[in-house]
Design a protein around this ligand. Structure first.
Ligand code: ADE
Length: 224
């Protein structure tokens, strides 16, 4: 069982994401648990403010250190293998190898940054790891959190179909990651317009398993 605890000021963004599909099933089967927590819950002042003006001046607002600190303190389960992660474009680039590593934890606490940033003391004292999902700037860490939840969850045994899971494990054993080989299904010939035919590779109809395997190996894209 792996638990994701997401700290965000937009908890509603996660509702459809975790309530649908295999993530919902995985939660029902008690293979994973996704808790989404509104940062404002840990704001102390009467306006429930979680951001403030930057010291030294400048535009925009900065997420305050104290509500985030309190949230992490409260959510962290003692004695469990856990990682506290902050999403930021300056973080370590997320990839499949990192997804494997994270899937071995018992608890992942995600801090979704917003505004112009998060008080640097969070990165320095609270966080174990900063993750970026790519070299572009989003409006916050919510979409990155969803991407990581999805990539990690599907590596938890039982969450996705057995055949897909075993296939990937096999690939990992060979020290190669992979992005699927091209797949086709019926019809064998598709005619989008008159006199235009989109056919499938002949070898796939041959019934020759060795040749099919060779063709798939050749067309597989390695990503790790
Ligand atoms: N926050 C804003 N942009 C981001 C990115 N590319 N990755 C992770 N967190 C972010």
């Amino acid at each position: 069982m792996i638990t994701f605890d997401v700290i965000t000021i937009f908890p509603k963004l996660f509702e459809p994401f975790i309530g649908e599909s295999l993530l919902a099933k995985g939660q029902k089967k008690k293979l994973l648990k996704i808790g989404v927590h509104d940062l404002r819950k840990w704001a102390k002042d009467k306006h429930r403010s979680v951001d403030d003006k930057p010291f030294g001046g400048g535009l925009g607002m900065v997420v305050k250190v104290d509500p985030v600190y309190r949230a992490v303190q409260k959510l962290k389960k003692k004695g469990k293998k856990s990682k506290v992660i902050l999403f930021t474009p300056r973080g370590k680039k997320f990839d499949q190898a990192m997804a494997y590593d994270l899937s071995r934890q018992n608890q992942l606490i995600f801090i979704c940054g917003r505004y112009e940033g998060v008080d640097e003391r969070i990165a320095k004292h609270v966080v174990d790891m900063e993750i970026s999902i790519g070299d572009y700037v989003l409006m916050g860490g919510e979409v990155p959190a969803m991407a990581v939840i999805e990539a990690v969850s599907r590596l938890v045994p039982g969450v996705i179909g057995k055949s897909q899971f075993l296939k990937e494990r096999l690939q990992k054993g060979r020290k190669k990651g992979f992005l699927e080989y091209p797949q086709y299904t019926r019809p064998e010939i598709f005619e989008p317009k008159k006199n235009i035919k989109w056919k499938i590779p002949k070898v796939l109809m041959s019934g020759n398993h060795k040749e099919i395997e060779e063709w798939r190996e050749k067309h597989r894209k390695i990503i790790l």
